[in-house]
Design a protein around this ligand. Structure first.
Ligand SMILES: Nc1ncnc2c1ncn2[C@@H]1O[C@H](COP(=O)(O)OP(=O)(O)O)[C@@H](O)[C@H]1O
Ligand SMILES: [Mg+2]
Length: 272
């Protein structure tokens, strides 16, 4: 595929190939591809309008692509709605978090899961008493070292970092394989950002694979294993983070550094 960082198919938990999505005349995604290994953090970077959010939405079932293929754990999938992606083990934490202020941390962890109750395990959890839910939420938050003392107080008084950590913990409880994070530290201060980055590291230690969109190159190289660079709807380069500097990533984003070679049939459709 012309990816600088070669990928062995057997350890891929997710593979999206040649994803295209148009909005009228706008080509949001043009043959974009992305692969994700088990237990890795994949950074996804690109200028505004490069197609990052659209690609995340395709992977989370919120947007249906015009063409392209997605394979999860070796099986082709076709997401028609967000619950399809959730059922495949993909959890997305959006920037605005979707936590409900007036509900407790534990209630937020379980929010909106009723629709998944076809799964017998989740069905059982739905009838579990409050105490059982509180205990599971507390155990997971403790395991992740999320600094939330009481899981049954409302999230209203929580800091931005605590809220982000809670949303990520919720993702871990419900979708243990793949977590998609869209700029999780964008609204946070330095110390809280650090907490969130450490939590992302612990997700990886649990074998979870993470796709992380970030504009902060310092944070990205701190936590990501690889990075996929997008330009004008295309994935134009993949790098092992240990092989590049933040400046080189910026160069790939802006075009100061050249894209990886495209297959000949691709070059005919390059947008300029
Ligand atoms: N719902 C939509 N309707 C029309 N155009 C859209 C829509 N979503 C995204 N786009 C366009 O697709 C391109 C890629 O957008 P987006 O995926 O949001 O990029 P990024 O997240 O990298 O900033 C942009 O030109 C954007 O204006
Ligand atoms: Mg975006």
């Amino acid at each position: 595929m012309g990816n600088g960082a070669g990928t062995d198919d057997h350890d891929l938990v997710l593979r999206a190939d040649n994803i295209t999505r148009r909005y009228g005349a706008v080509v949001a995604l043009a043959d974009a591809s992305l692969s994700l290994r088990r237990g890795e953090v994949m950074g996804l970077v690109g200028d505004n309008g490069a197609g990052k959010s659209t690609l995340l939405k395709v992977l989370s079932g919120a947007v249906i692509p015009d063409s392209g293929s997605i394979v999860v754990d070796g099986s082709p999938v076709s997401f028609k709605r967000p619950s399809d992606a959730m059922n495949a083990g993909i959890e997305t934490v959006y920037q605005d978090l979707a936590l409900v202020d007036t509900m407790s941390a534990v209630q937020n962890v379980y929010l909106g899961r009723e629709e998944l109750s076809r799964n017998p395990l989740l069905k059982a959890l739905n009838v579990v008493d409050d105490r059982g839910m509180r205990k599971q939420a507390r155990d997971t938050l403790a395991e992740l070292k999320v600094g939330i003392q009481t899981v049954n107080v409302s999230v209203k008084g929580m800091s931005g970092g605590q809220r982000q950590c809670l949303a990520i913990a919720r993702a871990l409880i419900w979708g243990r394989r793949i977590v998609i994070l869209d700029e999780p530290t964008a609204a946070l201060g330095v110390r809280e950002s650090q907490q969130v980055l450490e939590l992302i590291g612990r997700l990886r230690d649990h074998g979870v694979s993470v796709i992380l969109v970030s504009h902060n190159m310092q944070q990205l190289v701190q936590v990501a294993d690889r990075v996929t660079v997008m330009r004008l709807g295309r994935s134009i380069a993949v790098r092992d983070v240990k092989d590049v500097t933040p400046e080189q990533i910026v160069g790939l984003i802006t075009g100061a550094l050249p894209a990886d070679a495209q297959a000949p049939e691709d070059t005919a459709t390059v947008i300029s």
